[in-house]
Ligand binder design. Structure first.
Ligand code: NAP
Length: 684
């Protein structure tokens, strides 16, 4: 795939754009890569298409099917990744920088495919229990569900991650059944256009699932309603401007912001220049300055170090920075590429000047230290020297905590004690991420809970975690990305949380039968289906939620307890020592909880081979009352939840997950044990 000379928007199923407008230039040598298109877009048509076609088509599939589509899409894009790498080179990215963007993006699709498959039900309603009983007889209960909104998401992204930026927002929204309109930053929109083309060419996506806007969003945001949402990544200024848009406020339209932040790394004062952790700190700062040429929202802008080690830190950073080869990443040995555009280059230069003009500031390393980017035509590119500043009195200079130079720029800040280090970290007024480099668990326990109030993520680095650490700057699909205050106050990723952000949570009240019908899950108190075949003999498709079996009774005798103790070695005094048990809260010997559990299994299990393939765990197990020797127990087993994960066993037969509700009661009808059993059940 090559970049078309005029980029196109994809609106209401049509690629639009023939006439060139703004020229987008290579970050390496300034030559034109592509143009945005001049044609105006019909944003009402885009919104209508998402609502009427996108929502309808997406909701013809369920969570599990969409998870499977995400996986197939990830595989498809991986198969074409080299085409994306080739285009990404124009952004000034090294191979490693592009890897973060491109394979970070497909990796996020894979991660959400797996999260969807393992954590979401079949169907399009998530039941978020527990069910609470609201009336005396148990016929009025309440719970929560999460249901797809009947609207769209507009994803507005920054220029630095043209692929990952879109995919990390697209994946959870898609799982949630929400169509989207992607709006990449103009400067690098040629790469986002390429990935959206591929997504559509895959033929995997339901119609209307994704649209693309190249250029401005015009009045798009004013055409949204309360079912829609806007997710924004970019500068704090743009976030503030968009968030305050009267239309969004008036209609309660959800707005999630990921803004720039002045992230810090703190070198704790237990670390000395001879420690491995000292070098880890140096490496981390250099890496964050140079990866993506420092154009990462998570980059370390403030390196907070013990005053007595300031000179040693500065010297080691200078040594390392002087070895960073800057230039055209196509040239072997180049370690740092260019900023994304000339405009960015000018912006970063201006911010560095502003920072240097503040009191107590000095330059530790910069352009004067032999900056000479390699490659042909690089004078017309957007290269910028790694630039390390130092601020001697950081508690007295607010600019270093406010001004973000979105490039390979960081500032050293000395502190006198850990309290001052924490106060400096807090001056950032809310960050996406902070790193603490320490050898001491006590320091971590002291610093992290305080710093957590101001950070979306905290990364604790020492020599034990170093080899496996994913680093300060990497948002991970399973961990939350987003920070408070200055960082935008939003949340993205974090595993299943991101999917839930895109769904609407609603409290449901009614009888157990009604709640069961809505959630698709058995609720205690609902009408049972009894008297047919043993439920564990039924194939996945034939089993109905609510099918139930009440077992015969059995006595739990002293001999049973003795035999269980002999077999397992569990001879805890409560089960065997008459005298000691008398003094216990139960006042007598009681049976092992696990004996009750095992005896219950013996009561309800269907022993012959059948569709039940495996029991892979228990959930929500509680022993609610003691079972005394001589008590009589019985169990009720009820099909609670079915999930069709679209899995096929080694024999080629389909299989699904069934969760069974189990209640074990005693001779007085009191519940003594309660749990869910998780099983795999074969299809017909
Ligand atoms: P930006 O100028 O704020 O732009 C971000 C996005 O907003 C772009 O797509 C831009 O489109 C769009 N935009 C600007 N004005 C708009 C408006 N009035 N209506 C609708 N959309 C509008 O930021 P940037 O220069 O692209 O990105 C760099 C900044 O993003 C840095 O400050 C960085 O820290 C931050 N960032 C944060 C994160 C995070 O996850 N927190 C990630 C990456 C970057 P155009 O390009 O067409 O103007």
């Amino acid at each position: 795939m090559s970049v078309p000379s005029v980029l196109q928007s994809y609106i209401a199923g049509q690629w639009i754009g023939q006439q060139p407008a703004v020229a987008l230039r290579s970050a390496i040598h300034g030559q034109v890569v592509a143009h945005t298109h001049a044609e105006a877009l019909d944003f009402q048509a885009a919104v209508d298409h998402a609502r009427h076609v996108g929502v309808t088509e997406l909701l013809k599939t369920d969570f599990q099917q969409r998870a499977a589509i995400l996986k197939a899409l990830a595989k498809y894009l991986v198969g074409r990744k080299e085409e994306l790498y080739a285009i990404s080179a124009h952004t000034g990215a090294t191979r490693n920088d592009s890897w973060i963007d491109i394979e970070g993006g497909t990796g996020t699709l894979f991660a959400y495919a797996s999260i969807g498959s393992s954590e979401l039900p079949s169907g399009n309603v998530v039941h978020e229990g527990p069910v609470v009983t609201l009336g005396k007889s148990g016929q009025f209960v309440g719970t929560h569900i999460l249901a797809p909104r009947r609207g769209l998401a507009v994803h507005i992204n920054a220029f630095n991650f043209p692929v990952w930026g879109l995919l990390e927002k697209f994946a959870p929204g898609f799982l949630a059944g929400q169509p989207c309109i992607g709006k990449p930053a103009t400067a690098t929109s040629y790469l986002t256009e390429a990935v959206v083309r591929m997504m559509l060419e895959s033929g995997l996506l339901p119609q209307g699932a994704i649209q693309l806007v190249i250029g401005g969003t015009g009045d798009l945001l004013d055409r949204l309603n309360g079912q829609d949402m806007v997710t924004f990544t970019g500068s704090a200024d743009t976030a503030a401007q968009l968030r305050a848009r009267p239309h969004l406020l008036r209609h309660g339209i959800a707005f999630n912001a990921e803004a720039d932040s002045l992230n810090c790394a703190v070198l704790a004062d237990d670390v000395t220049p001879d420690d491995a952790e000292f070098d880890l700190f140096i490496k981390e700062v250099v890496r964050e300055m140079t990866v993506k040429a420092g154009q990462k929202c998570t980059a370390i802008r403030r390196a907070i170090v013990p005053r007595q080690h300031l000179d040693a830190v500065a010297q080691r950073l200078r040594d390392r920075l002087s070895k960073v080869v800057v230039g055209d990443p196509a040239i072997e040995g180049v370690k740092m590429g260019a900023l994304a555009s000339k405009a960015q280059q000018a912006d970063v230069a201006q911010r560095v000047s502003q920072l240097l003009a503040a009191p107590h500031m000095s330059l530790v390393f910069g352009e004067r230290d032999g900056f000479a980017p390699r490659g042909q035509g690089v004078a017309e590119g957007a290269f910028f020297s790694p630039t390390l500043l130092s601020c001697a009195q950081p508690m007295n200079v607010q600019a270093v905590h406010d001004l973000e130079a979105f490039g390979p720029v960081s500032t050293l800040m000395p502190y006198d004690d850990l309290d001052e280090a924490m106060a400096l970290a807090a001056r950032g007024q809310g960050s996406l991420v902070g790193s603490l480099i320490t050898k001491s668990p006590a320091v971590a326990a002291r610093v992290v809970p305080v710093a957590a109030a101001l950070h979306g993520r905290l990364h604790i680095l020492d020599s034990k975690s170093a080899a496996e650490s994913t680093g300060h700057g990497s948002p991970l699909p399973y961990l939350k990305h987003g920070g408070p205050g200055r960082a935008g106050g939003g949340e993205e990723l974090g595993g299943i949380r991101a999917v839930k952000h895109n769904l609407q949570r609603s409290a449901i009240q009614g009888s157990p039968d009604m709640v069961m019908a809505v959630t698709g899950e058995y609720v205690r108190g609902a009408t049972l289906i009894e008297g047919g075949q043993h439920p564990m003999r039924k194939a996945f498709e034939d089993l109905q939620i609510g099918e139930s079996l009440l077992t015969p009774e059995r006595v739990i005798s002293a001999e049973d307890v003795q035999a269980f103790g002999d077999l397992t070695g569990d001879t805890f005094y409560m089960h065997f020592d008459e005298e000691a048990a008398k003094a216990s809260p139960f006042g007598q010997r009681i049976a092992h909880g696990y004996l009750v559990l095992s005896a219950a299994a013996g009561l309800f299990v269907w022993t012959a081979p059948g569709p039940l393939l495996a029991n892979y765990g228990l959930d929500t197990l509680r022993f609610t009352k003691p079972v005394a020797l001589g008590d009589v127990i019985r169990a009720r087993l009820t099909a609670k939840r079915k999930i069709d994960r679209l899995k096929v066993g080694a024999d080629g037969k389909g299989q699904g997950v069934v969760a069974w509700d189990v209640e074990v009661t005693n001779q007085r009808g009191e519940v003594v044990a309660s749990y869910d059993i998780l099983t795999l059940v074969a299809k017909r």
